[in-house]
Structures are given as structure tokens and as C-alpha cells.
Design a protein around this ligand. Structure first.
Ligand SMILES: Cc1cc2nc3c(=O)[nH]c(=O)nc-3n(C[C@H](O)[C@H](O)[C@H](O)COP(=O)(O)OP(=O)(O)OC[C@H]3O[C@@H](n4cnc5c(N)ncnc54)[C@H](O)[C@@H]3O)c2cc1C
Length: 283
């Protein structure tokens, strides 16, 4: 029989976590599915559970001059309707699950779950988000791209939890989000794509692409993006084949019950192609 603890504040949550024997549960919208037993019986948890959804200290979206800070227990639905949430993240969240799940699930839960098909990750990689981890020993801040190391693998230690997500304020001339799923709501992505660009004097000053569900972690290549900077939009379009070939090497999907490798690869590259070919020289 596992214990379940409902800490009243963050200090007490971190005290419990420092024993290294607890698993955090927030909205439970991933965990209750992953640990489900046969119909009519409770889910099967192996570890003692620390239920953090009641931690009011972490229930916030707060802005300062440089960043938006999203606390770990604010729900996806509250983030969706917050005035400071970046437009790209709003588009993504509005395509996640359904209102019922979004009223319970959290952004921190989507990140800690580290699924290759976690939709918010596609936006958060593109937006250079950072993860703030807290433990009894203190805090550390890690870029999201480094925090997630593989399928359901992160740098988080057993005594840590995600305290907040930091999203730097930034401007783009244009953004795009596409989720390819089996239906409009409650569908896990077969492929997900986000793109953003800014143009200065007909040249690319910033062009970012990120892809979900096509590799063990979200694909975003700073190396490719650097090679596109300061080039004329028409030259980038002329060079499309070579650019897509570079992304082809990074897009390494699997076959599963939702889709197959060839479909995912082709759709991901077509989304990138469509996005690049529709870049406008002037905004
Ligand atoms: C019907 C349905 C539809 C869904 N649709 C989508 C979808 O379209 N797109 C999508 O991306 N996901 C989808 N999901 C998955 C899920 O809703 C999201 O991943 C959600 O964001 C998880 O948040 P949570 O708070 O419920 O996480 P939980 O289930 O509570 O936890 C998930 C994982 O994160 C850990 N965790 C949670 N919070 C913290 C924290 N603060 N610090 C450290 N670890 C933490 C837990 O230990 C666990 O490993 C769907 C789920 C369901 C049931």
C-alpha cells in the first residue's frame, strides 16, 4: 500500500521529496492513465505519491520585464486564458486534450512527462523556455532543450520538482502551429509543427522551426537556423531542397498505433516546406 501526502506548502513538499521515495502528481491526467489497472480498480502506483495540485504558491502566471513565469500548478486552461501567455503557446494549448483535461492538467506535467508527442514542448522549444527545478538544497535553472534527454527522460533528480517555467518575451512577425491528429480534440499528435520568423529588409533575421512526435525529443536545430540568418527570403526559398534535406536527417520517427514512420516524415517535411514557401518578404 502506497502513502499519499498532500503538502500544504512548497517547503513541506520539498521536505518530503528529499527522502527520494515520492512521485509527484499534479493534474494526474498522464499518471492516472499510465498507472491504470483493470476497470473498476484504483490505479497501481509503485511509489508514495506527493499530490501538489493544491500548492497555491505555484499557482501563478507572472510577468517581469524580460520573462513570463508560469508556476507548476496553474492549469493549462488558466494559462490559455492569461493575457501574458504568448500567442504561440495559446494556439498549442487550445489544441491540447479537451477543456475538461485542460482544467486539470498542468504545463509542468506535460514537460516532466517528456513524451515525444507532448504538444506544449514544440512551442516551448521554439520559445527558448527554461525550467526551474526546486529541491530542499535550492534551485537550478535549465534550458528545456537540455532538461529533456530522451523519451520520458529528464535531468530531474528524485528530490526535485519543477517549480516554474520561464518563457522569455520575444516578438515574431509571423507564427504558425499545426497539429496533425486523428480528430480535433482528445487526440495525441501524429506530427506537430511550430514555426516563427521575423524579416528585416527582405532578409531573415530570425527563423525557427520545431517538430513534435518525429524523434525521441522535439526537433529544433539552432545549427540550421543559424545558416538561414541574414539571407534574402527569395534565396532561402530557392535553397529549399537543401534545407529540407538537413531537416530530413533529424526527423527520425517511429511506427506506432497512431501513425507510421514514412507518413510522419513526409508530413513533417511538407509542413516545413509550406511554412518556408509562405514567408512574406515584408510584414
Ligand atoms: C484524454 C487525454 C487527452 C490528452 N491530450 C493531450 C494532448 O492533446 N496533448 C498533450 O501534449 N498531452 C495530452 N494529454 C496528456 C496530459 O493531459 C498532459 O501531458 C498534461 O499536461 C499533464 O499534466 P498533469 O498535471 O496532469 O500531469 P500528471 O499526470 O500529474 O504528471 C505527469 C508527469 O509529470 C510529473 N510531474 C507533474 N508535475 C510535476 C512537477 N511540478 N514537478 C515534477 N514532476 C511533475 C509526474 O510525476 C508525472 O511523471 C492528454 C491526456 C488525456 C487523458
Amino acid at each position: 500500500m502506497v502513502k499519499h501526502i498532500i503538502p500544504s506548502d512548497l517547503k513541506s513538499a520539498l521536505e518530503h521529496l528529499s527522502t527520494g521515495t515520492f512521485q509527484v502528481i499534479a493534474g494526474g491526467t498522464d499518471l492516472m492513465i499510465q498507472k491504470r489497472s483493470t476497470a473498476g480498480t484504483p490505479p497501481h502506483f509503485e511509489k508514495d505519491m506527493l499530490y501538489i495540485a493544491n500548492l497555491r504558491e505555484l499557482n501563478y502566471c507572472r510577468e517581469d520585464a524580460e520573462n513570463l513565469h508560469i508556476g507548476a500548478t496553474i492549469t493549462l486552461e488558466e494559462i490559455l486564458h492569461h493575457q501574458a501567455t504568448p500567442k504561440l503557446l495559446k494556439l498549442v494549448i487550445s489544441d491540447m486534450a479537451s477543456p475538461g483535461i485542460r482544467h486539470t492538467g498542468t504545463l509542468a506535467g506535460n514537460i516532466a512527462n517528456a513524451s515525444p508527442a507532448g504538444d506544449s514542448l514544440v512551442a516551448l522549444y521554439l520559445l527558448d523556455a527554461l525550467v526551474v527545478l526546486a529541491s530542499k538544497k535550492g534551485e537550478r535553472i535549465i534550458p528545456l532543450e537540455k532538461f529533456i534527454t530522451g523519451v520520458r527522460r529528464t535531468l530531474m533528480q528524485p528530490d526535485e520538482l519543477i517549480k516554474e517555467i520561464i518563457v522569455p518575451h520575444q516578438h515574431f512577425d509571423h507564427i504558425k502551429w499545426v497539429k496533425v491528429g486523428g480528430r480535433r480534440a482528445d487526440a495525441i499528435s501524429k506530427v506537430a509543427f511550430a514555426g516563427a520568423y521575423t524579416i528585416t529588409n527582405k532578409r531573415i533575421s530570425d527563423l525557427r522551426l520545431s517538430f513534435g512526435a518525429v524523434a525521441p525529443t522535439v526537433v529544433r536545430s539552432h545549427e540550421i537556423e543559424e545558416t538561414l540568418k541574414n539571407r534574402f527570403v527569395k534565396d532561402i526559398k530557392g535553397d529549399l531542397k537543401a534545407i529540407l534535406e538537413k531537416y530530413y536527417d533529424l526527423i527520425t520517427p517511429i511506427d506506432d498505433q497512431r501513425s507510421n514512420k514514412i507518413y510522419r516524415q513526409e508530413v513533417a517535411l511538407n509542413l516545413a516546406k509550406d511554412f518556408i514557401m509562405n514567408i512574406k518578404e515584408e510584414e
